[in-house]
Design a protein. Sequence first.
Length: 144
Amino acid sequence: MAVEESVWRYYQKLLGYTDEELEKFRANPGNEDVISKAPALTQRTIVFEVVSSHGCASQHKVGDKFYFDGSGNLITKLSPKKICISALTAMAPLITAANELFYAGVDSNALRFRRTGCHDVGLQCGGWGHVAFQIKVQARGKSQ
């Protein structure tokens, strides 16, 4: 799908690119594909729900949810006030995988490995605790 010039200029401004940088950006065919699908991506919400938790210093509990927009930006007003950096770094690869499926035209919820966990190995392995999360991608505004 061809991207209109005004959309390219929007991204140039958003990313702070010079005209030369924009040309380099445009030369990558993957960028045009992603940008052409961006409007549909904005209609999606990525949700991580805590499915197990023990010994979490940030107090993340089973049922807590972390919300991201379709691009992977944390929606702070919907997410817990305190968020452990280990939780966020564990979620990042699954957000990337879900978006790659979307760009390829595959339902992001078809992701086979939908769970991840914080980097703390838990008390039994010499850490403090451990929290596990499950990803779900849904239409924007649904069940928020």
